[in-house]
Design a protein around this ligand. Structure first.
Ligand code: GSH
Length: 207
């Protein structure tokens, strides 16, 4: 049995839940992370020294980093539609997954901590405005890409890139701040909403 450690409200845990849904896999999930069991407990740190969720346990194998876990599960199940084997096609998927985990993920932090978490350390008006501009700029880049090369991130077919970008799109839509009207992203959201995995684990009311 595959075991997933991490609270279901975490965007990174939800990537794994949605991927598992696409793969038809059942996971045994335990609540870890803020509000639940602390990831600073020695038992958890022995599995992931970063003290972050998600962690996947598959027998003797222990994995952390949400995008890596999604790739592992797709590969484990032989789902080349979600993660192609041909190097060029695979790179097109991984490029957007890496962009999500690095550039995009870093860009929303200030806005999210300020406007959703209400954290006292993230209340500087100028920093907030700059972060909002940057987050919107990056989402505009995705919007333009989808318009030119869509309908999905890696082209014609739904892949793992759409799982991680779909959750990011949901976060952007659910965070209360001023967003430009991006027609491509609105259409992408509607397309993703046709997938039960996104409805259940992505667009489920959580930012
Ligand atoms: N790069 C990591 C980031 C994981 C991460 O930031 N997890 C957050 C929740 S979204 C966490 O564990 N926070 C600490 C906590 O909730 O105790 C990944 O993609 O898996």
């Amino acid at each position: 049995m595959l075991k997933l450690l991490g609270k279901a409200s975490s965007i990174n845990v939800r990537k794994v839940l949605w991927t598992s849904h696409e793969l038809g896999l059942t996971l045994e999930r335990e609540d870890w992370g803020s509000g639940f069991r602390s990831t600073q407990e020695p038992e958890f740190l022995a599995l992931n020294p970063n003290g972050l969720v998600p962690v996947l346990i598959d027998g003797a194998r222990v994995l952390w980093e949400s995008n890596t876990i999604c790739r592992y599960l797709a590969g484990r199940e032989g789902r080349r539609d979600l993660l192609p084997q041909e190097p060029g096609a695979r790179a097109a998927v991984e490029m957007w997954m890496d962009w999500q985990a690095t550039d995009l993920n870093g860009a929303w932090r200030y806005v999210f901590m300020s406007r959703v978490r209400g954290h006292a350390d993230y209340q500087d008006a100028a920093s907030l405005a700059a972060a909002e501009r940057e987050w919107n700029r990056l989402m505009g880049l995705l919007d333009a890409h989808l318009a030119q090369h869509g309908p999905y991130a890696a082209g014609a077919a739904f892949t793992l890139a759409d799982v991680v970008l779909g959750l990011s799109l949901n976060r952007w839509l659910m965070t209360p701040f001023e967003r430009p009207e991006y027609a491509g992203l609105a259409a992408y959201q509607q397309r993703l909403l046709q997938r039960p995995g996104y409805v259940q684990h992505g667009a489920n009311g959580l930012p």
